[in-house]
Design a protein around this ligand. Structure first.
Ligand SMILES: Nc1ncnc2c1ncn2[C@@H]1O[C@H](COP(=O)(O)OP(=O)(O)OP(=O)(O)O)[C@@H](O)[C@H]1O
Length: 238
């Protein structure tokens, strides 16, 4: 789905992502792990076309020339949902479809379908983001990201702002949604527990570099170096 070759990002003089080689297969779930500042969000933002980079990035086998077209195939979800506060939940969810001139009936049918998928009701969709709980906002953000039926879902710490019960409940729903929809999913998280929960391939980063990539169990069973072991021990200590 994505093929990165020597992709690098710098903010001014500060390198945030060292030249990186990474392939993300269609239908794969990839979990980006690593300490604060290791470049996880930068890598995710690069996949979303939100950060200038050097090197070669291919999407579905083609070098990306038109990010606007690619972005319509991506759903991008950030920590607090990133909803527009002046639009209702429904307004947020339907914004892109309206811009693309979808007929009203098609929009209404898609909203109904997605509301069922994420377990929100019509009354909640008529509220503004400030009138919803954090968990409900994340569900709305999920609906917005899924509205155009994207091939790829990109999540930046989607659960970290939630209380433990909501977090587990939403994580279970997300995992069921991933399994059902068969999308390519990339999730940034600090949490090894979350990474284990979602499964798939782990990419562990440190100081803008990929330290280890492979099945999550391999991090513990075949650590690439001492840092991997230290990272796991620190995560398991809390
Ligand atoms: N807009 C920016 N301008 C300058 N430097 C930035 C910017 N965004 C990130 N950085 C720097 O780039 C590096 C990587 O940041 P990034 O946000 O990708 O890390 P992260 O692993 O996602 O961290 P966290 O887990 O804390 O969110 C950090 O050193 C950070 O300070």
């Amino acid at each position: 789905m994505f093929a990165l070759d020597q992709v690098a990002v710098a903010y001014g003089d500060v390198p945030a992502l060292a030249p990186t080689l990474l392939d993300i297969g269609a239908g794969e779930t990839l979990v980006l792990l690593g300490p604060s500042g290791s470049g996880k969000s930068t890598l995710l933002r690069t996949l979303a076309g939100l950060t200038p980079f050097t090197g070669s990035l291919r999407f579905e086998g083609q070098p990306v020339t038109d990010w606007r077209a690619v972005r319509q195939r991506l759903g991008y979800i950030i920590q607090d949902g990133g909803l527009f506060p002046h639009l209702t939940a429904r307004g947020n969810v339907t914004l892109m479809a309206q811009e693309l001139d979808w007929p009203a009936e098609r929009i209404a049918a898609r909203v109904d379908e997605l509301a069922t998928l994420v377990a929100l009701d019509a009354a909640q969709l008529d509220r503004y983001p400030g009138e919803l709980s954090g968990g409900q906002r994340q569900r709305v953000a999920m609906m917005r990201a899924l509205m155009l039926d994207p091939a790829v879902l990109l999540f930046d710490e989607p659960l970290s702002a939630l209380d433990p019960i909501t977090r587990v409940r939403l994580a279970e729903e997300l995992r069921a949604i991933f399994a059902r929809l068969g999308k390519t999913v990339v999730i940034v998280t600090h949490s090894l527990g979350e990474a284990r929960f979602f499964g798939g391939t782990a990419v562990l980063m440190r100081e803008g570099r990929i330290v280890q990539q492979g099945p999550i169990a391999d991090l513990a069973e075949h650590p690439a170096d001492r840092f991997v072991t230290e990272f796991l021990a620190a995560e398991d200590a809390l």
